[in-house]
Design a binder for this molecule. Structure first.
Ligand code: ATP
Ligand code: MG
Length: 139
């Protein structure tokens, strides 16, 4: 994946709460182009693998259970400076600390159930995009 792309998931809490449309509107209104997208559900193993970097953290079990409990929307987004700009659009991990107008401020309910994922580097964006999408699913 090239440097102007990032990877996102609309997490199970936001799907359950009916926020897919609202979140996609925030994303496209901010100038991100959707180059891949699917409605899917992570298995326990998928979630363990996706968040393996957090394996030693006390919240890992809770995180894996949460991320696999229902459907998600996974997408690859394109924009100049995609990774950094998307992290700014979603806001801080803890919605209580997220800036006004950010997706997490609007839609997240807690530090664990925080509505969206955004890649934290170009390298991870490429790894995470490839985790979810075959080359022919990316446009
Ligand atoms: P993400 O990687 O999902 O975009 P992030 O980069 O803002 O989120 P990370 O530190 O990578 O935050 O944590 C990954 C996810 O683990 C968080 O989004 C959240 O769902 C969960 N998490 C992080 N810290 C906690 C915590 N203290 N308690 C419960 N869950 C947490
Ligand atoms: Mg992260």
């Amino acid at each position: 994946m090239i440097a102007n792309r990032t990877f996102t998931m609309i997490k199970p809490d936001a799907v359950e709460n009916g926020h897919i449309g609202g979140i996609l509107d925030k994303i496209t209104s901010a100038g991100f182009k959707i180059v891949a997208m699917k409605y899917t559900q992570l298995s326990t193993r998928d979630a363990e693998e996706f968040y393996a970097v957090h394996k030693e953290r006390p919240f890992y079990g809770e995180l894996v259970e949460f991320m696999s409990r229902g459907p998600i929307v996974a997408a690859i987004l394109e924009k100049d400076n995609a990774v950094e700009d998307f992290r700014a659009l979603i806001g801080a991990t803890n919605p209580a600390e997220a800036a006004e107008g950010t997706i997490r401020k609007l839609y997240a309910t807690s530090i664990g159930e925080n509505a969206v994922h955004g890649s934290d580097s170009d390298e991870n964006a490429a790894i995470e995009g490839a985790f979810h999408f075959a080359g022919r699913e990316v446009f």
